[in-house]
Design a protein around this ligand. Structure first.
Ligand code: DX5
Ligand code: ZN
Length: 216
């Protein structure tokens, strides 16, 4: 099952409602929220109040990507603000297993992310316990960066582990994905695709439907 998850980080926040509607009309089923705390990553984005407003107006599957230190502090709030899936980083906490359990306790799906410089082995022991692995293909913190080619092998590695053990775990790729490198990402095993700048610049509905068409 393939899912397309436009990242609202690249949206014009004065037009956020219209932009989200355009992605929906274009055929996307997920929406990606990049939450940044200025510590785990250099920038600060948005948090629970924005998520709550969006949740009130859409049935899209809300895919929340926490780029925050000690994510366990905020799981309850993001769950109660309407997240369907909460992804946190292996690099951000000393208690990965406890944070997975906490997300489950609040009835959300669980995602676990790794940065480009983190060895894929860091995520391997948890693949059986999570709903989605997220392989970052840019250094987290900003939209509009270029895809890091060295990460392709990591997508393939994580995908192989999921297949070998026949696990029920999605594989999301986030960072620098455009129409011209989408095939490579998909053929290496990703089934959930994030794209920010490639969607929200120009014709949002048209851009979304181009991605969705290629993913079918
Ligand atoms: C980076 C974020 C990404 C980003 C993707 O820190 O996690 O989700 O918004 O944007 P593009 O597609 O422009 O790389
Ligand atoms: Zn993201």
């Amino acid at each position: 099952m393939y899912h397309f998850s436009p990242s609202i980080l690249s949206a014009d926040f004065m037009e956020l409602g219209d932009a989200i509607e355009a992605t929906t009309k274009g055929g996307s089923d997920y929406l990606h929220f990049d939450v940044m705390d200025g510590i785990f990553v250099p920038s600060i984005s948005f948090g629970m109040p924005v998520l709550k407003c969006v949740r009130a107006k859409t049935n899209l599957f809300l895919d929340v990507h926490l780029m925050i230190t000690k994510p366990e502090r905020y799981i309850k709030e993001f769950a109660e603000s309407g997240a369907d899936l909460i992804t946190f980083h292996v690099e951000a906490t000393d208690d990965i297993a406890g944070t997975i359990d906490l997300i489950r306790k609040f009835d959300c799906k669980v995602g676990l992310a790794i940065n480009p410089e983190t060895d894929a082995k860091a995520i391997k022991p948890y693949l059986k316990d999570i709903d989605m692995a997220l392989v970052m293909t840019v250094h987290p913190g900003f939209g509009g960066q270029s895809y890091i080619e060295e990460c392709t092998a990591k997508i393939k590695q994580v995908s192989d582990w999921i297949k070998e053990e026949n696990l029920d775990c999605d594989l999301e790729v986030d960072g620098g994905v455009k129409l011209d490198n989408l095939d490579k990402v998909l053929s290496n095993g990703a089934n959930v695709i994030v794209a920010g700048s490639a969607v929200f610049k120009g014709d949002i509905e048209g851009n979304t439907s181009e991605f969705v068409k290629k993913m079918l």
